[in-house]
Design a protein around this ligand. Structure first.
Ligand code: NAD
Ligand code: ZN
Length: 360
């Protein structure tokens, strides 16, 4: 057995209003006055001075607004890197991502591609990154994905949706300020929050489970139930708890793996562009067979918050399109092995996946 030696986020600051410390935190990391900090910010905050007036811009620093309407693409990473190189003579002092999983993943990927030659697609996979990334900071503004703590950055490339998994991917610094999540729309709060819940279910019910993953997963699971069965987005306690649930959920899957919902949701995302949070919900709603207790509680939480999931997403798909989704889902072998066990190929057939997709 070869145990993973896992890198972690080097520094983390937590607390309501700690975003105000960003300037002090990054100042010592400035290489010189010509080496800028690049702030990649979700464009949902454009014109929102409550947040943007606190972004500590100085010298040649640059703020780039980015839409989170679509999930990050390798080509988008390449364009951002080129834009940064062309605009600034000096290599940046750091990249600061302010937003949800989409922006956090872009920030991680850009920081890697600034020090590693070639295109982002060449690094999709495991441990393909050769040089350390430049200093990168994550500031989540919505909770659930665990992207703030993970060792991957999920990118859609020309021929696959796969993360850049490397020891250089995790953030050097994370700013956990739950107040930044206060204006997340309710549906999105549910979808991204359920990503965390589903991480826990898949980790805790997987064959890869161990005490390390279990300790984080159980904590995150309890926090999710506490929030989504009893509470609303509006309370400060709920914002605080979900931010920590996201962190613990991310830590849990770090040392285990996700499962059926993620494998199938990647298929939906690849073919239809369905975003991660809502895609996981759409799939998970039909997975009683794999996660009976988890799905039962999920349906309760969905009803409590009056969430209507899209139906009939796959109603008009052709056989070729089903094949594409099934290929993507089946290619994620470790997820199936975690969910079903070493002999998963005996039960997880193409017909079975097609029947499941047809319900969605
Ligand atoms: P997101 O970043 O896609 O954002 C979802 C929506 O919420 C967007 O419209 C965004 O503008 C909005 N939003 C974010 N913060 C807001 C705020 N404070 N107020 C109002 N609106 C706000 O959502 P997400 O679910 O956090 O991230 C999904 C992405 O994360 C996917 O691309 C997925 O692949 C990735 N992901 C990565 C990992 C990882 O470990 N790297 C894990 C899971 C998911
Ligand atoms: Zn997820």
């Amino acid at each position: 057995m070869n145990y993973k030696n896992y890198p972690m986020v080097s520094r983390v600051v937590y607390g309501r209003g700690c975003f105000n410390q960003l300037g002090d935190i990054i100042a010592p990391k400035r290489l010189n006055t010509k080496a800028p900090f690049i702030f990649l910010v979700d464009d949902v905050f454009k014109g929102n001075s409550w947040l943007t007036s606190r972004i500590p811009i100085a010298y040649k620093d640059q703020l780039i607004y980015i839409s989170a309407d679509e999930e990050p693409k390798t080509s988008q990473v390449d364009e951002l890197v080129e834009q940064i190189i062309l605009t600034h003579k000096d290599r940046p002092s750091g990249i600061i991502g302010i937003g949800g999983g989409t922006i956090l993943d872009l920030a991680k990927a850009v920081s890697i591609l600034l020090t590693n030659e070639g295109e982002a697609k060449n690094y999709q996979g495991w441990d393909l990154v050769k040089n350390p990334a430049i200093y990168h900071v994550g500031v989540p503004t919505i909770s659930g994905t665990g992207a703030e703590v993970s060792r991957t950055t999920v990118l859609t490339g020309p021929d696959k949706k796969l993360g850049i998994n490397s020891d250089y991917t995790p953030f050097d610094q994370v700013i956990l300020d739950p107040e930044l999540t206060k204006d997340v729309p309710k549906d999105q709060w549910f979808y991204t929050g359920m990503d965390c819940y589903i991480h826990c279910i898949e980790s805790l019910n997987g064959t890869f489970l161990n005490a390390f993953s279990q300790s984080y997963g159980e904590k995150a699971y309890d926090l999710c139930l506490d929030i989504f069965l009893n509470d609303t987005l509006e309370t400060k306690e709920s914002q605080d708890k979900l931010m920590m649930a996201s962190w613990h959920g991310g830590m849990s899957i770090a040392y285990s793996q996700v499962g059926v919902a993620h494998a199938m949701s990647y298929g939906l995302s690849y073919l239809l562009g369905t975003k991660h949070g809502i895609g996981n919900c759409i799939v998970f709603d039909h997975l009683e067979e794999f996660y009976p207790e988890g799905v039962k509680l999920f349906k309760e939480m969905k009803a409590k918050h009056q969430i209507q999931l899209p139906q009939g997403l796959c109603a008009d798909l052709s056989d070729d399109e089903f094949d594409t989704m099934i290929n993507v889902a089946l290619s994620l072998e470790p997820l199936w092995e975690n969910a079903v066990g070493k002999n998963w190929k005996q039960t997880i057939t193409r017909d079975k996946l097609k029947a499941l997709y047809k319900k969605m």
